[in-house]
Ligand binder design. Structure first.
Ligand code: SF4
Length: 117
């Protein structure tokens, strides 16, 4: 089976072609211009990961931008958004402040990405 992907690691957006074995393992990757693209293709076909960006509410109602400190498994995004929607912060907050530590046991934190307060 062949999968065609666009690498999202950098703005160049290389077109990747991945040959998969019947058991889902990656046999070959073509089209990458650097090793990060090859790794992206392998990860995307075996255990896709994503950085999540969103906002949490401050106690005064203002939205505060946040993101995951590192990528998390794509299948956890829905549960991640439930955790973010249930969270709130008290102003002031600073870039890098941890809103949720070890989100869903992924090792990723939800951190603030802008100064507010
Ligand atoms: S393969 Fe490398 S150069 Fe191409 S989009 Fe991915 S990261 Fe960028």
């Amino acid at each position: 089976m062949t999968r065609e992907l666009t690498c999202i690691v950098c703005p160049r957006g290389c077109s990747l072609k991945v040959e998969l074995a019947a058991n889902g393992s990656v046999e070959t990757v073509e089209g990458f211009a650097c090793p990060r693209g090859k790794q992206y293709a392998i990860d995307e076909c075996t255990h896709p990961m994503r950085t999540v960006t969103s906002t949490v509410r401050a106690t005064n109602g203002d939205p505060v931008p946040v993101k995951t400190s590192r990528t998390i498994p794509k299948e956890l995004i829905f549960d991640c958004m439930k955790e973010i929607n249930a969270a709130s912060v008290t102003l002031p907050v600073h870039i890098g402040d941890v809103v949720i530590a070890n989100l869903l046991d992924t090792g990723a934190d939800i951190i603030v990405t802008a100064e507010r307060g």
